[in-house]
Design a protein around this ligand. Structure first.
Ligand code: ZN
Length: 240
């Protein structure tokens, strides 16, 4: 499982991005070594801001490190505090497919994605793909719904209609189209606008399926399953 996201292997080397503490090597006091380290860190931060003194690779590495740190922090916080994330985690346990922490990984992705689910590797959170903590929260719930579907409904991901059904449910129930906000306000009515949003997002996701040949094919698959899958709100039925 660790091999699934290559970025994971870069974690232990995080400290190497800092300049070596030459002071400690020379046998000077620990205090001086600490100061040197703090100075090096400060200099690095400064050069990051100004864009000077770092190679493009170093610059990219610093950005990735910062993205990962934020993603991991939000992940921990959301697992503790987000009602939607906790609800899905509990239901994955009930369904017999508990989501362990090593199956919920932060990593870099290409800029068009915010997350992904793989039956073999679990959930990838795109550390560079979030524009807010709320966005990361919705993405976590979205991917957990895919995981739930895979566990409970034996989804064949190669089958466009199967995939479309899970995308419709994930878009509708995750808050991607602000459903959760409506629930908190006490409105359970799905508006036309909500349906259009779910359709649009599900179509985009199905289009990314390697077996999908065109946007028209994705739309066809989504339309074929929309009514039944949109109305299947499991495991969220228990909210009502
Ligand atoms: Zn999806």
């Amino acid at each position: 499982m660790a091999a699934s996201h290559p970025s994971e292997s870069s974690l232990p080397s995080e400290a190497s991005a800092e300049a070596p503490t030459r002071a400690s090597e020379a046998g000077t006091s620990e205090k001086e070594a600490k100061e040197q380290k703090a100075f090096d860190r400060w200099r690095k931060t400064l050069s990051l801001i100004t864009g000077l003194g770092l190679s493009p690779e170093e610059f990219q590495a610093e950005i990735e490190k910062a993205d990962r740190k934020t993603c991991e922090l939000y992940k921990e916080q959301l697992i503790k505090t987000s009602p939607g994330v906790r609800f899905m985690m509990n239901n994955l346990v009930k369904a017999g497919c508990p989501l362990t922490k090593n199956m919920l990984d932060c990593g870099p992705c290409d800029s068009t994605k915010s997350g992904g689910f793989s039956p073999d590797h679990g959930i990838l959170l795109c550390q560079n793909g979030f524009f807010s903590k709320k966005h990361q929260e919705h993405t976590m719930i979205h991917e957990m719904i895919h995981m739930y579907d895979h566990c409970v409904f034996n989804v064949e991901w190669d089958n466009l209609r199967h995939h479309a059904c899970s995308e419709v449910r994930a878009a509708a129930l995750s808050g991607d189209c602000n459903w959760s906000r409506e629930v908190r306000r006490g409105f359970y009515t799905f508006t036309k606008q909500h349906q259009e949003c779910v359709k649009r997002r599900a179509t985009l996701s199905v289009q990314a399926n390697p077996n999908c040949t065109s946007r028209a094919a994705a739309e066809k698959a989504v339309n074929a399953v929309f009514d039944s899958c949109y109305n299947d709100t499991r495991p969220f039925d228990e909210f009502y």
